[in-house]
Design a protein around this ligand. Structure first.
Ligand code: FES
Ligand SMILES: [Fe+2]
Length: 419
């Protein structure tokens, strides 16, 4: 992976001339019409992460994923051949939703030998084939081979399960992820299996929340209780060490923030007592450091935040990581999924460190989420449409441009020739 330090002249943003430096519009985050296009252009065409392989540990393990933006539900299941496959969650007889428990719109997970439809009892095996029909003689030349579950493209990168709802994806998963993300091929995510999961239903467009995690310009102001005094001074700078863009994806690295922990002023007593907190446990098991983790060569390295288009974010710290997914539920609401993943605790102390890190991080994220309703509401007043972005907000600029570019490309493809 080539190192790509801050250019000697100019700014991060000017390093990517296609981004421009002018004010940007946020209409892509307030317009119901744009959202309808985004569903088709983005969520039905991009590779979407729906889980990790550890969530499907054995033959017959399955989970369902409700993808509101694509108006669909998908079953992800491990077959008898250990291969993970995805199918639309639709019975081929009369269209009943195949896998659900108490409420049809709730996601479920479990393990089974086959899927049985609740309505008329048709059964499907773990590879999606139709294996049982009640009273088959009543049908008219029913060829069971033609009525297996409808497949969804499914592929795995470094243990992350992705699906693609496009009948013919334009790129393989690997090509889609590109060199900046696949430089993490050897990062051992599979070692960090102690997870703390969170879900929140937020009142903003999905991109508006993603924006809160792709710039640190807001940190001294919004998170003032949790940054050192020096950073809170007027005009004190809080600059990220490295920004990088590769196709639709982005990353930002920051320097070794663990040093801040030595400043007792902004720390909660529980953080001092447990030696854990905002940036995780102060000490973590030695974890192999992939070359792709720090492409800017930041020393001391602290965190790299990988933003995988459209809605996945992986923040890697020393020896643990955080994952976010933003699932739109309308033009101005979304479901936010997050988890922290640690090496499994070996002692009670380590378990407590993980719990404290999870709780403190959740508070931090709530501070960000607390802004969302206000931002979304004011954007929807629709009185301002030229918002200036600083160099530290380059990734905000890139996310919105990418979403608009995908929609424009989709519209151009749909338009009949000559119009
Ligand atoms: S709808 Fe599933 S068996 Fe009839
Ligand atoms: Fe924040």
């Amino acid at each position: 992976m080539p190192k790509w330090p801050k250019p000697a002249e100019g700014s991060w943003t000017e390093h990517y001339p296609e981004l421009g430096t002018g004010p940007i519009s946020f209409r892509d985050s307030t317009s119901p019409e744009f959202y309808e296009l985004e569903r088709e252009a983005v969520f039905k065409r991009a590779w979407l992460n729906v889980g990790r392989v550890e969530e499907l540990p054995r033959v017959g393990s399955y989970l369902t994923k409700e993808i509101d933006a694509a108006k669909t539900s998908v079953i992800v299941v491990k077959g008898r051949d250990q291969k993970i496959r995805a199918f639309y969650n639709v019975c081929r007889h009369r269209g009943n939703k195949l896998v659900w428990n108490d409420f049809p719109n709730d996601e479920v997970r479990g393990a089974c030998r086959q899927f049985t439809c609740k309505y008329h009892g048709w059964r499907y095996d773990l590879e999606g084939a139709l294996t049982f029909v009640q009273q088959p003689g009543e049908f008219f030349d029913l060829d069971a081979e033609q009525y297996g579950l409808s497949p969804v493209h499914c592929d795995i990168w470094n243990g992350f399960i992705f699906i693609n709802l496009d009948p013919e994806p334009r790129q393989s998963l690997r090509d889609f992820l590109g060199p900046m993300i696949t430089a993490l091929d050897d990062y051992p995510f599979e070692m960090m299996t102690e997870r703390y999961d969170f879900v929140a239903h937020n009142n903003s467009n999905w991109k508006i929340f993603a924006d809160a995690f792709q710039e640190y310009y807001h940190v001294p102001s919004l998170h003032s209780q949790q940054v050192p005094t020096a950073v809170r001074q007027p005009n004190a700078s809080f600059e990220c060490g490295h920004f990088q863009i590769d196709g639709p994806h982005r990353l930002v690295s920051t320097a070794g923030t663990r040093r801040w922990l030595l400043d007792p002023e902004y720390m909660y007593p529980v953080e001092r007592a447990t030696r854990s907190g905002l940036v995780g446990p102060w000490r973590t098991p030695e974890t192999h450091q992939s070359a792709g983790l720090n492409p800017g060569g930041i020393e001391p390295w602290g965190i790299t935040n990988f933003q995988i288009f459209p809605n996945l974010e992986i923040l890697i710290y020393h020896g643990w990581y955080l994952l976010y997914r933003y699932w739109p539920t309308s033009h101005n609401t979304h479901k936010f999924e997050a988890y922290n993943a640690f090496h499994p605790a070996r002692t009670v102390r380590e378990r407590i460190e993980h719990e404290v890190a999870s709780v403190v991080l959740k508070e931090f994220a709530l501070q960000d989420a607390g802004m969302l309703g206000g931002t979304q509401a004011a954007l929807e007043y629709d009185v301002v449409d030229d918002f200036p972005l600083s160099d530290q907000e380059i990734l905000v600029r890139h996310l919105h441009k990418t979403a608009v570019d995908w929609v424009e490309e989709y519209k151009a493809q749909r338009r009949p020739v000559g119009v």
